[in-house]
Ligand binder design. Structure first.
Ligand code: CU
Length: 491
């Protein structure tokens, strides 16, 4: 018994200590806010205005030196079918019809009047938790809204920074996994320093019943989500949102600021731009600035502001440097930088051999005769149209990550398939490379490449189809490849 009493006493003491610590922490917080040069709570609003919201990858104009306002934010929740990857559809739940949702740009001292509308065609109630809010649930408690209803709530922005917002309706993980997140920027009173280009990027992980690239409408998979076993890890809601014709652009000499968020729901992003060093990173979207950063960690439910000057022209690839996510699950983007060559900064080719060309299919290094045993091949002959359809899918799952959606490859790293003299010169050589892989120097359209292509572990039918698709796209010579032709190259 005495022991039990002692335990109880210790427990009470611990509780009391925690209580005191909590009180002290609260007091300190208030102190630091109150001691700021201008107390944001005391900033008076001067008139009213409507917030300009933008869809990713765009960012609204700077608040510059405007005074604090009563700022109306108008947002609509939409549940809609969208494209996850070529041939793969998904029912997204969104703020304003995009993943991530619209970018909100405010400044310290603004009083936000937030209008949240839940479209009458939607099936579920939703709400919003903005990490920029000081108040219960980040606004979630006050913003629960059923389909066909609108709710209005209000808060004052006190802390400058870049913040995630997301839906927080149960099951919270599912609402976030379906795309309900975005970013809200609170600029300091004087505004952020001006830059030449600003872009809005947000990473997210997705969980589907089928595997990566399985065609058709894919349902959300709760078990995979709980296991954190993502099928897709993407920027801006889908594979290819920032590549090919959706690539971002900039010019040599320009300073680019990226507002990068991570919606999660599960995975942490090791955000990296191949070929760039971040001159400045506002870590975690807060006030601490780090300089000369190669890769910055962006937690789920967190963000970072990244700045770099473009020093040389070319293609810069955005990745999550947990690199299988980039080349096998979709976490790839691209900035095309145009301008005059800067020989003093950069000459020669991009470093080779580090990022092996890989797609969604399982791949192996070049294989020996013995290693390849005859495998399952479907029998019926395919029509040209069948081949084009199958080929397009295989391309989207296997070839796209390196050779790009437009077949143009990546200069210095992955040779183009579009209008390719190397490809069109010799179909048998091309079949052999697809089956057995290739390393060493080749010259394509006058440019030398020295990378590795792994052998592709796909069926004769898939090889014939994807090669027919490639030869009949992008100004190539319209060769039709047959399964028999492929079979001859099997060893
Ligand atoms: Cu929701």
């Amino acid at each position: 018994m005495p022991n039990l009493l002692k335990l109880q006493k210790t427990f009470k003491f611990l509780l009391l200590s925690l209580f005191v610590m909590a009180i002290t922490a609260c007091t300190n917080n208030n102190d630091s806010k109150d001691q700021a040069s201008v107390n944001p709570k005391k900033i008076k609003v001067d008139g009213r205005m409507d917030a300009e919201l933008t869809s990713p990858p765009h960012v609204p104009p700077s608040t510059k030196d405007r005074s604090a306002k009563r700022l109306t934010v108008d947002m609509e929740i939409l549940e809609e079918v969208g494209t996850m990857a070529d041939g793969v559809d998904y029912v997204y739940w969104t703020f304003d019809g995009t993943v991530p949702g619209s970018f909100i740009r405010t400044k310290v001292g603004d009083e936000i009047e937030f209008h949240l509308k839940n479209h009458p065609d939607n099936k579920l109630p939703h709400n919003i938790d903005l990490h920029a809010v000081n108040g219960p649930g980040g606004g979630a408690v006050s913003s629960f809204v059923a389909p066909g209803r609108e709710i209005v709530f209000s808060f004052k922005t006190l802390n400058p920074g870049l913040y995630v917002y997301h839906c927080a309706t149960a099951p919270v993980g599912m609402h976030i996994a379906n795309g309900m997140y975005g970013l809200i920027l609170v600029e300091p009173e004087e505004g952020l320093a001006p830059v030449d280009k600003e872009y809005y990027i947000m990473q997210g992980d997705f969980y589907t019943k089928g595997d990566y690239g399985d065609p058709g409408l894919q349902a959300f998979d709760m078990e995979k989500a709980i296991d954190e076993d993502a099928d897709y890890v993407v920027f801006n809601g889908k594979v290819g949102a920032l590549t090919g014709e959706n690539a971002l652009d900039a010019e040599v000499g320009e300073t680019v600021r990226l507002y990068v968020g991570n919606g999660g729901p599960n995975l942490i992003s090791s955000f990296h731009v191949i070929g760039e060093i971040f001159d400045k990173v506002q870590l975690e979207g807060g006030s601490l600035v780090n300089e000369n950063v190669q890769t910055t960690l962006i937690p789920a439910g967190g963000a970072a502001m990244i700045e770099f000057k473009i020093d040389a022209p070319g293609e810069y690839i955005l990745v999550d440097h947990s690199i299988f996510r980039a080349f096998n699950k979709g976490a790839l983007g691209q900035i095309n930088a145009t301008g005059k060559e800067q020989k003093d900064v950069y000459k020669g080719t991009i470093q080779e051999g580090i990022y092996l060309p890989e797609g969604g299919a399982i791949q192996e290094m070049p294989i020996s005769d013995e290693e390849y045993a005859a495998s399952k091949k479907p029998k019926d002959a395919l029509t040209f149209d069948d081949k084009m359809e199958i080929g397009k899918k295989v391309y989207g799952q296997t070839c796209f990550a390196c050779h790009q959606a437009n077949g143009k490859g990546i200069s210095g790293a992955f040779p183009p398939l579009a209008n390719s003299d190397y490809l069109n010169a010799d179909v048998e050589r091309a079949i052999s490379i697809v089956l057995h892989g290739k390393s060493g120097e080749i010259v394509v359209n006058g440019e030398t490449y020295n990378s590795v292509m792994t052998s592709q572990n796909i069926t004769d039918r898939e090889v014939a189809s994807v090669m027919t698709y490639i030869y009949n796209s992008w100004d190539n010579n319209e060769t039709v490849v047959t399964e028999e032709q492929v079979k001859k190259h099997r060893r």
